[in-house]
Design a protein around this ligand. Structure first.
Ligand SMILES: [Zn+2]
Length: 389
């Protein structure tokens, strides 16, 4: 019998404010800074669980809102919990459902106790409270449970942001009370407060007073822009305990992630690599390219020569272009795989650089490569055969 693993965060190295760490959970360890692919409805879209693992991902995110509506948390629990249900034996973080209730559902009604809304799937009326969110995430068997909060809309006045944040802090207390503590399982609180420094400070103080296993920064990447996001992180990250992981929710583009790592953030999630992959956008070391663009039709080079994913090692840009033009499902599958691999490579590079103490030089090299904005197109050999073609 192995001893039960406790939920823990170990800080292994720092470089400026950037942190290299390790999270221990009931289902394994996560090296940080880490990127979590989004497995919305019990699947990372267009990927098998084995493929997700092969990209280097150690932890994935599941969406409480989607899973509670379909197939329901009770059904997932009956079928062995989310790890068994989707064949992902590693750590899983679930969000609280709050963000999607606000963004996807209709006829929301918010009160002190919780929120009532209509399901976007079948119109059924559903009630979600801090206690119910904790119960659902427990049924899903999430290694990391997120506190149920109200995502403050953007833009919001100081008064609106304050009212919303204080409600979230009262809910955070109720989440802490309702959370069923087990070895290897953790509960994260979420700092809110919009773009207002005093509110972010008030929120961070309230959460650290309650005490959580990790701290998320919420309510960013909602339209405030990168400068403002970085400014809020500059203010907020130093207020969070050094011995707990820090998670920036819903971020982001590669440059956002790099900037947030430099400001002391450890964990990220975003639909960007998967969603972009399905629409033909590929992230490369030289920027983002749209594989549907005609200039890739005759290109026999890989999407990203430095990438070891199947899309890059075994296929040309011309083939990927063809798959998207022909609406073949392999196109979105290969590009999703590539994008997830790119994100995991990005994180691995940052981790190595923090350990080696050369993060600044590493980031400078990353940014100068991204600024090159793709390798110049090669001439089309068929187009050169002259008139008549
Ligand atoms: Zn690739």
């Amino acid at each position: 019998m192995s001893t039960p693993r406790t939920f823990a965060f170990e800080l292994l190295a720092t470089g400026g404010r950037a942190r290299r760490g390790r999270i221990r959970t009931a289902h394994g360890t996560v090296e940080t800074p880490a990127f979590m692919p989004v497995g919305t409805a019990g699947t990372v879209k267009a990927m098998t669980a084995d493929a997700v693992r092969a990209t280097g991902a150690e932890i994935i995110l599941g969406n409480t809102y989607h899973l509670m509506l379909r197939p329901t948390a009770e059904r997932v629990a009956q079928l062995g919990g989310l790890h068994a249900f989707m064949d992902w034996p590693g750590p899983i973080l679930t969000d609280s459902g709050g963000f999607q209730v606000m963004s996807l559902s209709e006829l929301r009604q918010l009160d002190e106790d919780g929120v009532t809304f209509r399901s976007h799937v079948d119109g059924q009326q559903i009630r979600l409270t801090p206690e119910r969110s904790m119960a659902i995430q427990d049924l899903l068997d999430a290694d990391i449970t997120m506190a149920f909060d109200e995502c403050t809309p953007f833009p919001a006045t100081h008064e609106e942001a304050a009212t919303s944040m204080r409600l979230s802090m009262r809910w955070a207390s109720r989440c802490r009370e309702a959370f069923r503590d087990r070895p290897g399982y953790g509960l994260f609180g979420i700092v809110q407060g919009g773009v207002f420094d005093d509110l972010r400070a008030e929120s961070a103080a309230a959460l650290t007073g309650i005490g959580f296993d990790g701290y998320a920064v919420g309510g960013l990447a909602v339209g405030e822009g990168q400068d403002e996001m970085f400014r809020v992180l500059d203010v907020t990250a130093p207020l969070l305990p050094k011995d707990r992981p820090r998670y920036l929710m819903g971020v982001g583009r590669p440059r956002d992630i790099v900037g947030a790592v430099l400001r002391g953030i450890d964990m990220f999630d975003c639909v960007m690599p998967t969603r972009s992959g399905r629409t033909g956008q590929g992230f490369t070391r030289h920027g983002i390219l749209n594989i549907r663009n005609a200039r890739h039709a005759h290109d026999d080079r890989p999407l990203d020569a430095a990438c070891d994913c199947p899309a890059c090692r075994r296929h040309s840009r011309g083939y990927l272009h063809h798959l998207f033009r022909a609406n073949e499902m392999l196109g979105p599958m290969l590009l999703t795989w590539h994008n997830l691999r790119y994100y995991q490579d990005l994180m691995a590079g940052l981790r190595t650089a923090i350990e080696a103490g050369d993060l600044e030089a590493h980031v400078a090299a990353l940014e100068s490569a991204m600024a090159e904005d793709d390798i110049p197109p090669v001439p089309d050999p068929l187009a050169e055969k002259g008139p008549g073609r």
